[in-house]
Design a protein around this ligand. Structure first.
Ligand code: PMT
Length: 221
């Protein structure tokens, strides 16, 4: 259904986890596999968009016809997204970006000594928030929310706070949804509230539905 919906449009999509180093051999990260973001990149391409995929470290091949830029940290992802932002018609933020990173990155491998070790973390910059601030009225910002409770309330508050046009909420406490799985269970909200609730389906099917919605919204823009 989404075929042709994004012809002539440019999509900037983030996917995968970020990786925040602690020392030369250790890092903080999360369980994002990149499957959701890569499915969105494939579906956007299928719909005719020119796609730039900014990806954290994952073990997936780039979908055919998609330009992939590989990054590691939240900082690198932010810089890359901001460089490509002016060109994009739609920005989709499916990446699971670290909210905190080690404040001090050790130059040498940390040695084992005391029984307890405290690592101080500092906040990373919120990429979606910055994109929401900078985006033009003709650009559509689509965020994700990974929630374990009170999905609707948290998703709507993120949508509002980060200046998003649409937010895709996944209940990551349910089996078959969220991090790592081939399927997802999502609800999409806009500023007026719930747009659509989808049952559990393959991430590529979820992605096609989201891309179809984006196509409609870009037409109205
Ligand atoms: O990769 P998979 O294994 O397929 O899993 C898919 C997924 C669960 C990672 C994906 O569907 C998803 O929900 N991605 C967003 C996860 C997340 O970080 O959600 P959040 O609620 O913490 O963040 C909300 C939004 O702000 C997201 O669009 C996120 O990209 C963005 N964000 C968050 C922190 C930050 N520093 N910068 C950001 O831009």
């Amino acid at each position: 259904a989404a075929r042709g919906a994004l012809v002539g449009k440019k999509a900037l999509i983030t996917a995968g986890p970020t990786v925040e180093p602690l020392d030369p051999v250790r890092f903080f990260s999360n369980y994002s596999s990149g499957k959701m973001g890569y499915a969105l990149a494939a579906a956007a391409r299928e719909a005719g968009a020119e796609v730039t995929l900014v990806s954290g470290p994952v073990s997936l091949d780039a979908p055919a016809g998609v330009t992939r830029i590989e990054v590691k940290s939240a900082e690198e992802m932010k810089n890359t997204v901001l460089v490509h932002l002016p060109d994009a018609d739609v920005i989709i933020k499916a990446a699971a970006v670290a909210d905190y990173r080690p404040k001090h990155v050790f130059k040498q491998k940390m040695k084992k000594s005391a029984d307890e070790l405290t690592i101080v973390l500092e906040k990373t910059e919120d990429i979606a928030l910055e994109v929401g601030r900078r985006k033009r009225p003709d650009q559509l910002l689509v965020g994700f929310a990974a929630e374990t409770e009170e999905m609707e309330r948290h998703a709507l508050s993120k949508l509002e706070r980060k200046g998003m046009d649409l937010i895709v909420a996944n209940d990551v406490s349910k089996p078959g949804a969220g991090f790592g799985s081939d399927t997802n269970i999502v609800s999409v909200y806009d500023r007026e509230g719930l747009v659509i609730s989808l049952p559990r389906m393959n991430k590529i099917e979820v992605a096609r539905q989201i891309i179809a919605l984006i196509g409609e919204r870009l037409d109205e823009h």
